[in-house]
Write a protein that binds this ligand. Structure first.
Ligand code: PEP
Ligand code: MN
Length: 338
């Protein structure tokens, strides 16, 4: 719910409203505009009771209930686009966020080789998994802490900001020490304990859509993170399961305009996991940018045939650089830049 205070409301009246709302067990955040104060209230379970309690308090102008089930994530709550700032860079503004790297961190030399090329091509974020959610327990599971150390060293050498997936609550403090953005993978989109935990850390969270999740379920997952006080959430559409089998998943391009209408959060596209095939990554990347996405996650590997995971969908560095040239043109055409 949003409580707007009248232009003449005094500091004491504003404080009294906050006290009353918090006394009912809800969270508040005060936005002091130039003319009037606005109080955001969330976690409301009994809207009618709260309205009865505060509508007659002095200084209150009006109460605006938020109709969507996701409150903090909704555009009703926050009409302007959210621009997530990460160490001097942004996601959600005019500049597109190109997040790229190998599916998994395999060695420092391979990561550095990729990082140098993608940086030259204009990427600002390097991504590599060190805790890998593999279908088989016998597949490569990631380098864990050793991989985090590699990410940190390559960050130091290149200035690229680093992103990695965290799969378990217990690993969040460790991973947060090393990386700039915490990724929640598709398989963990509804791991509510994990969502709450990353919501309490001062790091942006890249939240992938579950492979069978509706957009509403996905936005509710974002709500878990936001409701813990972390406002830096970036959504990532990575393809959903359909009956189609020529691609690994089906990129739901409609998620871009729908989420942009429903939510203020930035949304990026992952053409690599959507298609599962490097041959389609270019087309899906172009489509994502044209549809209004705020960025892309693209998997790149110098030797896809030897990659320890997701080689089939990884672009070779040269192909990635060509794609970046094309994407710059498309970005310009839709009023964005790379
Ligand atoms: C990944 O990003 O490497 C990954 C495992 O993605 P997803 O969670 O979308 O399957
Ligand atoms: Mn992958």
């Amino acid at each position: 719910m949003i409580v707007t205070m009248s232009v003449k409301a005094t500091e004491k009246e504003i404080k009294d409203v906050i006290k009353k709302v918090e006394g009912e067990g809800y969270h508040t955040q005060l936005f002091q505009g130039e003319k009037k104060a606005v109080i955001h209230v969330w976690g409301v379970t009994d809207k009618e009771r709260l309205m009865r309690k505060i509508e007659s308090l002095s200084g209150v102008e009006k109460l605006i209930p938020i109709l969507q089930p996701f409150k903090l994530a909704s555009r009703e709550f926050h009409p302007d686009d959210t621009v997530v700032s990460v160490d001097g860079r942004t996601i959600g503004g005019r500049e597109l966020a190109i997040i790229t790297g190998p599916c998994a961190v395999e060695s420092e030399s391979i990561l550095l080789e990729i990082a140098d090329v993608v940086k030259q091509a204009g990427a600002k974020f390097l991504r590599g998994g060190v805790f890998k959610p593999r279908t088989s327990p016998y597949s490569f599971q990631g380098l864990r802490e050793k991989g985090l150390e590699i990410l940190a060293r390559v960050r130091e050498k290149t200035g690229l900001l680093v992103v990695t997936e965290v799969m378990s609550e217990v690993d969040v403090p460790l991973v947060a020490q090393y990386v700039d953005i915490l990724q929640i993978g598709a398989r963990n989109m509804q791991n509510f304990a994990l969502l709450r935990t990353v919501g309490r850390f001062p790091k942006p969270v890249l939240l992938k859509r579950g492979m069978s999740a509706t957009m509403e379920e996905w936005l509710m997952a974002a709500e878990y993170i936001l409701s813990e006080g972390n406002s830096r959430v970036i959504l990532c559409e990575r393809g959903i399961r359909t009956f189609e089998s020529y691609t690994r998943n089906t990129l739901d391009i409609s998620a871009v305009p729908v989420v942009n209408r429903l939510s203020h959060l930035p949304i990026i596209i992952d053409p690599s996991h959507s298609s599962g095939d490097w041959q389609y990554v270019d087309a899906l990347s172009r489509a994502g940018i044209a549809a209004g996405a705020d960025g892309l996650i693209i998997e790149v590997h110098p030797n896809p045939a030897e990659a320890l995971s997701d080689g089939k969908q990884s672009l070779k560095p040269r192909r990635f650089c060509q794609l970046m040239q094309e994407l710059k043109e498309i970005a310009r055409a839709v009023g964005r830049q790379i």
